[in-house]
Design a protein around this ligand. Sequence first.
Ligand SMILES: NC(=O)c1ccc[n+]([C@@H]2O[C@H](COP(=O)([O-])OP(=O)(O)OC[C@H]3O[C@@H](n4cnc5c(N)ncnc54)[C@H](OP(=O)(O)O)[C@@H]3O)[C@@H](O)[C@H]2O)c1
Length: 232
Amino acid sequence: MTNHRLALIVGANRGIGLGVTKEFLAHGWDVIATARQPDQAAALQALAAAHPGRVTIPRLDVNDPVALDGFATSLGGKVLDAALINAGVAGPAHRSASAATAEEIGALMFTNAIAPIRLARSLAGHLRSGSGVLAFTSSVMGSVALNSGGHELYRASKAALNSLTRGLWEELRGRNLTVLSLHPGWVRTEMGGEAAAVSVEDSARGIVTVIEKQSGAHRHRFLDYTGKELAW
Ligand SMILES: NC(=O)c1ccc[n+]([C@@H]2O[C@H](COP(=O)([O-])OP(=O)(O)OC[C@H]3O[C@@H](n4cnc5c(N)ncnc54)[C@H](OP(=O)(O)O)[C@@H]3O)[C@@H](O)[C@H]2O)c1
C-alpha cells in the first residue's frame, strides 16, 4: 500500500459495495474490500489485479461474531480515512411482523443493525482523528418520519441501525470523527431489483463524494447519495 487515503468497505464483492470500491479507487484511494468468500469474489480480484498494491480482500462474514470481533485487530497499525459498513440483507420474503419468527428477526437484526455497530465500535480507534469518516449504508426506509408503509421488518432493521449509530456517535464525541448514516438511493442491485431508479455507478459516485465532502464535519448526519439531508 502507498500513502494514498485508505477506505474500508464491508460487503464489497457485489452491488453497492463493489461500486463504491471502484469509485474510491478512481478517486485515488486504496481500499480494503471485504467479502465472505474472497476466493470467489471475481470482480474484486480483477480490481486488485488492475490496481497492484491498492486493494486487499480480507474475509469477513458479519454474522460470525468471532470474525467480527477480531476484524479490527487484524488491521494491525493501519489507519483508515473512511470506513463504509455496507453489508446488509432484505430479510424474510414475507416482510411481515405478523408472520415473522424469532429466528428470522434475530438474523435480520443481527446482520443489519447489531453487527454494523459492533464492528464500528471496534474500528473507531483505527479511524484517522480529525478527518476520519465512519459511514453506514442505511436506507430512507430506516426513517420513522418518512415511513410510507410496507417492508416493515427491513424498515425496523434500518431504524434500529440509525438509532444504534446515534448512540455510538454520542460515545465517540470528542474523538474528532464524522459519522454518516447514508441512503444510497433505490439502486439496481440484487436487493434493489431491475426496476430501481438509480444505477450502481451513480449511487457509488454520490456516496464517495458525500463521504469526501463530510470529512471533518464532526457530526452524525443522515444523508442520501446526493448529499440531501433526510428526516430521522
Ligand atoms: N439496493 C437498494 O436499493 C438499497 C437501498 C437502500 C439501502 N440499501 C442497502 O445497501 C447495502 C448494500 O445493498 P445492495 O443493494 O448492494 O445489495 P446486494 O447486491 O444484495 O449486496 C449485499 C452485499 O452485502 C453482503 N452481505 C450480506 N450479508 C453479509 C454477511 N453476513 N457478511 C458479510 N457480507 C454480507 C453481500 O455479500 P454476499 O455476496 O456474500 O452475499 C453483498 O456484498 C445494504 O445494506 C442494503 O440494505 C440498498
